[in-house]
Design a protein. Structure first.
Length: 259
């Protein structure tokens, strides 16, 4: 069994609230009887891409569990690279892939600098095809990006989702090793199908965004009251993907039953 945790839309800023919520989530993961093999952070690491926000994120994600992150629309690629990856500043897409046991995890940068919506560039598609060509035969692959490639019935996110999802769908449908697609951006746990695969959207640790049946725009878009949440993906020996969503309480000690 492989266990992969997904954290998303942390929105580190100059305050302590969002950082503390992520700290609680990371403590929850560290205290699990079976700790995750990796943590994926699917974008919007920071609120505005400022270097000091990435410093706070790096400090909070400092753990002995491998943490792999990609930018979202609130991030800055150059600052992301220098602060989180220790690489020279660059505005090129931040794409990377990792082996987690038999699993290949591919993280794709769908951000467009200066824009809220997403797109996978030709450079990213070329890189992805190369990664898939080099991945082991008959072993599972998970793809992760920030922007959902499907309609989620969100009056906010559906307007700024992944552009040209059909091109991405054609690639996903053409490789039987791909067992699922993971995204963030929606600030709401959601599941649907995309190109014949599960599309699993992680909740935000910072806030919750409602759907068409809840929101009356432009007011009261984000709900900051709920506790942070995390997603747990299980890949079994038959390469079957099972996903659980967990809320992490902000009050009291984690794992302790209140009186």
């Amino acid at each position: 069994m492989i266990l992969v945790a997904q954290v998303s839309d942390t929105h580190f800023d100059v305050g302590t609230r969002n950082a503390e919520r992520v700290r609680r989530v990371m403590a929850f993961l560290a205290d699990l009887r079976r700790r995750p093999d990796a943590v994926l952070v699917t974008g919007d690491i920071t609120e505005s891409g400022a270097p000091e926000q990435y410093t706070a994120a790096k400090r909070t994600f400092d753990t002995d569990i491998p943490v792999y992150a990609i930018p979202g629309n609130h991030d800055d690629r150059a600052s992301f690279r220098t602060a989180l990856l220790g690489e020279p500043a660059s505005d090129a897409p931040v794409n990377h892939a990792h082996r987690v046991g038999d699993l290949t995890v591919v993280l794709l940068d769908s951000s467009i600098p200066g824009e809220p919506g997403g797109r996978l560039t030709d450079e990213t598609y070329d890189w992805l095809r190369g990664v898939l060509a080099a991945a082991p035969d008959r072993k599972p692959v998970l793809l992760a990006l920030h922007h959902p490639p499907a309609h989620l019935f969100s009056p906010v996110v559906d307007e700024i989702s992944l552009a040209d999802p059909q091109q991405f769908a054609d690639l996903v449908a053409g490789d039987d090793r791909i067992i699922g697609v993971l995204t963030g951006h929606a600030h709401s746990a959601a599941t649907t199908m995309f190109a014949g695969r599960p599309l699993l959207v992680a909740p935000s640790t910072a806030s919750v965004l409602g759907g068409d049946w809840e929101l009356e725009l432009p007011d009261h878009v984000m709900d900051y009251a709920p506790d942070p949440a995390v997603t747990l993906h299980v890949i079994d020996e038959n390469h079957r993907l099972t996903t659980h969503f967990r809320t992490v309480p902000m009050g009291g000690r984690i794992g302790v039953q209140p009186d």
